[in-house]
Design a protein around this ligand. Structure first.
Ligand SMILES: [Zn+2]
Length: 125
């Protein structure tokens, strides 16, 4: 009994017109093509909704992760002047006490960090 036309009407952007496909499924006393069978439409809508909901949740998780990273970066940035100042004092104190009391590697590492901080402040890093 697949000689009936699908009962659905389709919007083409300006007007509604009858679906041109053959009705293959009988539901609610009417024939429907595979695309427009109400139970199929309902199932597909449910699947599409579930997938959309998953994508939305994933997007929200990604946005939360980005916001967390941004807040962490802001907290780090707020500490930057304090850390640079502490490093300057440390290097200064080490140098005044003489290098013998500290390894050269520690002072060199601290100086390299200070140099990087200076470049970063000038926008060169
Ligand atoms: Zn149809």
């Amino acid at each position: 009994m697949a000689t009936q036309r699908c009962w659905a009407e389709v919007w083409n952007g300006s007007t509604w017109y009858p679906c041109s496909r053959k009705g293959k499924n009988l539901e609610g006393g009417k024939w429907w093509c595979t695309q427009h069978t109400p139970s199929f439409v309902k199932a597909k809508t449910k699947t599409t909704y579930a997938a959309l909901k998953q994508r939305l949740a994933a997007r929200e998780r990604a946005e939360e992760a980005t916001a967390r990273t941004q807040r962490q970066n802001e907290r780090r940035l707020a500490l930057y002047p304090q850390l640079v100042e502490a490093l300057r004092k440390l290097v200064s104190q080490c140098e005044s006490m003489g290098r013998a009391s500290h390894t050269n590697a520690v002072i060199e590492a601290a100086n390299a960090a200070l140099a990087a901080a200076n470049r970063a402040e000038k926008g060169d890093a």
